[in-house]
Design a protein. Structure first.
Length: 114
């Protein structure tokens, strides 16, 4: 994974991003290398390196990320369906050491994904 946390720099406003949603707990922005017509990354403002680092104290935060994903999917006209992806560690494809959820939609998704 990248040693530097680019997502934290986006949260801090040091790197520009096309923001889709923001509140006191999370930030959602459009991916600069989209893998679907709609590709939004949803990240907690709290730095959690990987899904394996989630604790019981993060339960409400993770639920909030899912609620935000559902609302964004509605706002982005993904009523026909969408996919949520959360990669954990390098072997699974995680490249930034900051937990993040991919909201993908706007096309037919294949299975298996990888």
């Amino acid at each position: 994974m990248l040693a530097d946390n680019i997502f934290l720099k986006i949260i801090e406003g040091k790197i520009p991003a096309r923001i889709a949603y923001q509140d006191d707990r999370c930030l959602a922005f459009h991916d600069i290398n989209p893998q679907a017509p709609v590709h939004v990354l949803i990240i907690p403002k709290k730095v959690i390196a990987t899904h394996a680092d989630v604790t019981r104290e993060d339960k409400e935060l993770l639920g909030h990320l899912h609620v935000v994903a559902a609302r964004l999917a509605e706002q982005l006209d993904l009523a026909d369906g969408y996919r949520l992806v959360l990669n954990c560690k390098e072997k699974a494809g995680q490249t930034v050491p900051h937990l993040h959820m991919h909201l993908l939609g706007g096309r037919q998704m294949a299975w298996p994904p990888g």
